[in-house]
Design a protein around this ligand. Structure first.
Ligand code: ADP
Ligand code: TRP
Length: 324
């Protein structure tokens, strides 16, 4: 049985791009019978950029609610908040002492963040070592991540090998990344990649009225209702295609080509399909947000399962370094 592990960013409310591009594929992978899955919310990593207490708490809650609402079963998957396991921070220190400084200084993500952000703190610099610690602490075999995380996984492998080599013991499993090159990019309301930072999201967990407003804001050209339209270059159609059945897609394409069908009609069809398609997820999300203790209980259960492995790994690490 392979242990798969991945970290979830707590960047706030989860949009359609996050749901289709990250949450659903990770849950499908986690639910495969021969996988033992660890999914955790990387709320220590998020402190590098989000410092405000209430926002941090809210981000954790809405992120966990979205994952559970999308089908993550906390009884099957080990689902926890990174900060509930201080073993991870302790291991980060040990790993720091086996991580060459130039390796971190040359990391793409650090260079990129230090060009963009005004707060260039040491946490940003050490981000890859905390990530290595997340993975090595739980002895993960496989780590599904996006392309942008490739270098972080290489660093994790290098750090694990350097440590094992130094202590002359296989203390850590050397993990492999799973990078799905074909992962689709979900377009936003303006046709660019959907992203919180571009303000172009469709948030499927919003109340109906607000969700409708987002869908109605999708940018189209200004052809009149009567005119024929091109289904291949339209933002509404491009989002509709991702969730509709083949028959419904064909029907909408025909409507576009035959004229007498306006973008307003297409947007309403998309809105109604979103409500139908994600009705269960929306219902669960609302129920969880009304009963936040259920989210806390789920994370507590995950932490208690994760702790068994974390303690065992840390014991081996400390023993190999002469601390116990
Ligand atoms: P955002 O760009 O909104 O800040 P994040 O960077 O927090 O999103 O991404 C969280 C996860 O969701 C990542 O795994 C990322 O690859 C995935 N994701 C984000 N936006 C999209 C998108 N438009 N299409 C597909 N996947 C996406
Ligand atoms: N850095 C990852 C990202 O930005 C999130 C993450 C933190 C992670 N720790 C991890 C992913 C461990 C995989 C394994 O997406």
């Amino acid at each position: 049985m392979a242990r798969i592990l991945t970290g979830i960013q707590t960047s706030g409310r989860q949009h359609l791009g996050n749901v289709l591009g990250a949450i659903k594929p990770a849950i499908d992978l986690a639910n495969k019978k021969d996988n033992d899955a660890f999914l955790f919310i990387a709320d220590l990593h998020s402190l590098t950029t989000v410092k405000e207490k209430e926002m941090r708490k809210e981000n954790l809650t809405v992120t966990a609610a979205a994952w559970i609402a999308c089908g993550l079963d906390p009884n099957e998957v080990v689902f926890y908040a990174q900060s509930d396991l201080p073993q991870c921070a302790e291991l980060t220190w040990y790993l720091n002492c086996f991580t060459p400084f130039p390796m971190l200084a040359n990391a793409h993500s650090f260079k990129d963040k230090s060009d963009r952000l005004s707060d260039i703190n040491a946490g940003l610099f050490d981000y890859p070592v905390l990530m290595a610690s997340d993975i090595l602490l739980y002895q993960a075999h496989k780590v599904p991540v996006g392309k942008d995380q490739r270098q972080h996984l290489e660093m994790t492998r290098d750090i694990a090998k350097a440590f094992n080599h130094h202590v002359k013991e296989d203390v850590f499993v050397i993990p492999e990344s799973i990078i799905d090159e074909a992962v689709m990019t979900i377009p936003g309301t303006d046709g660019q990649k959907m992203s919180k930072s571009y303000g172009n999201v469709i948030d499927i967990f919003l109340p109906e009225k607000q969700l409708k407003k987002q869908v109605m804001s999708i940018i189209t050209d200004s052809l009149s209702i009567e005119e024929e339209k091109d289904p291949n270059s339209c933002n509404v159609m491009n989002i509709y295609r991702l969730i509709a059945s083949n028959d419904s897609i064909k029907e909408m394409e025909n409507n576009y080509r035959s004229g007498g069908y306006g973008y307003g009609h297409a947007k309403i069809a998309l809105y109604e399909l979103l409500l139908e398609k994600f009705s269960e997820e929306r219902r669960r999300f609302d129920a969880l947000m009304k009963n936040r203790n259920e989210i806390k209980d789920a994370l507590r259960l995950g932490a208690s399962k994760a702790r068994l492995i974390a303690d065992e790994t840390l014991r081996k690490v400390k023993s190999s370094l002469g601390y116990v």
